[in-house]
Design a protein around this ligand. Structure first.
Ligand SMILES: [Zn+2]
Length: 417
């Protein structure tokens, strides 16, 4: 079965996700719980069916065949009838999509996994939903099979046309709705006509983002504070008796902290990537070997925390939305070790990771390690681009492909906040 991805073929239309908190009534919470449960059990049922069929008789069951089995299952299991049938079908499609990703070698190591009750819960509503503003100014959402309206905390305007929506419950027990929107590129927020500007960016460990303009931005202070809290609360959890109410309460505290850390990280990365794409027409990045660097255990926690892979992914897709260029320079250009002063060719081969400042032995310039690297990335990038224009060199390429390996978030859609 070929899955129709709802991607528009119009190059001027982009698809983006907008997530809002919702506040369900107790009755709606029960309704959601039913949907989470039914879609999850269908997903797991068909995953089991397909795996066993393959293991026992090398028989492959298509997603389409699974979809046709739903009415039969409804006869056997009455509780399935209480759910929106389109949401049920959607969970079968989701499984098919997970299989496709595995077969297409996009995620070659990820065979579809069973969904667990304790993780994030969600179901999709592909059609027949309505949104309206109440007399008192509240943003209300109505979905099939439930009469009452759901209250949405619409803290920002939703641009474009809403195509579908996902209702989810985070491990912190908060509920959210994600609207998948189709937006015309011209309606996207951001500056339209800016003077031509190029920038080189070094994604570092100490300061997350360092630009060739000499600007350093870091998210470290906030994150460290939350991480310290997380450590303390995790210790408390280990002292609580297994199966007790207090342990359950402590779990929730930890889930909320995890959510906070993830939000702090996302907020920082989205703001910075938007800012960089907004102010510059051409962006030069280092082609980070994130996976290779993660193998170095001492660096791994810092890199994962800094979200370097995620940042370059965001810069790439946001640049694509606004017709800006992103170029990545080769992995083996010595951007940190080279002196960035014009005309100087000194390479400091003794430079250690712990050296934050160094002096060029040839021209005497005092270099800040990261700013020097950013300046070099800009220069190397510009050189490549110039050679590229003559058609002689092709190492540096503008890329808008989402970087799967570097992606740290597991959202179903791109969330721009
Ligand atoms: Zn020098």
């Amino acid at each position: 079965m070929i899955i129709k991805k709802n991607k528009s073929t119009d190059p001027n239309i982009v698809s983006a996700g907008y997530r809002f908190r919702i506040y369900p009534t107790p009755e709606q919470e029960v309704f959601f719980a039913k949907h989470f449960g039914c879609t999850r059990s269908l997903y797991n049922h068909f995953l089991d069916l397909r795996s066993t069929a393959w293991k026992e008789s090398k028989e492959s069951v298509s997603g389409f065949a699974c979809k046709r089995m739903i009415p039969g299952l409804k006869k056997d299991f009455d509780w399935l009838k209480e759910c929106n049938s389109q949401s049920l079908q959607q969970s079968v499609l989701e499984l098919e999509e997970a299989y496709q990703k595995f077969f297409d070698k996009k995620l070659p190591n990820k065979y579809p996994q069973f969904k667990r009750k304790h993780n994030r819960q969600s179901f999709t509503v592909p059609q027949h939903f309505k949104t309206r503003i109440s007399k008192s100014g509240n943003f209300l959402l109505n979905i099939p099979k439930i009469k009452s309206d759901i209250k949405v905390n619409a803290h920002r305007e939703i641009p474009g046309k809403i195509e579908s929506l996902v209702i989810s419950k985070a491990p912190s027990s908060k509920y959210f709705v994600s609207f998948k929107c189709l937006i015309d590129k011209t309606e996207l927020p951001g500056k339209k006509n800016i003077p031509f500007k190029e920038i080189g960016i070094d994604l570092g460990v100490k300061d997350t983002i360092v630009t060739s303009d000499g600007v350093k931005v870091s998210n470290k202070r906030h994150l460290e504070r939350s991480l310290r809290q997380l450590k303390r609360q995790s210790r408390r959890l280990s002292r609580k008796k297994k199966g007790s109410k207090n342990r359950k309460k402590q779990r929730l505290i930890i889930a909320r902290l995890h959510e906070k850390i993830s939000n702090q990280r996302k907020d920082f990365l989205h703001k910075e990537s938007f800012h960089l794409v907004n102010e510059n027409q051409v962006i030069y990045l280092e082609d980070l070997n994130v996976k290779g660097m993660m193998k170095n255990k001492r660096l791994a926690r810092h890199i994962a925390g800094a979200g370097m892979g995620e940042l370059s992914r965001q810069i790439k897709y946001k640049a694509g939305w606004r017709n800006r260029q992103v170029h990545q320079i080769g992995r083996f250009d010595p951007s940190s070790k080279m002196c960035s002063t014009k005309g100087c060719t000194y390479i400091n081969s003794d430079l250690k990771l712990s050296d934050r400042v160094w002096v060029c032995l040839e021209c005497g310039t005092v270099h800040d390690r990261d700013i020097n690297a950013a300046l070099n990335i800009l220069q190397i990038g510009q050189d490549y681009a110039r050679i590229n224009a003559c058609g002689e060199y092709s190492q540096c390429s503008g890329s808008q492909e989402p970087d799967q390996a570097g992606s740290l978030n597991q959202e179903p859609v791109l969330i721009e906040t």
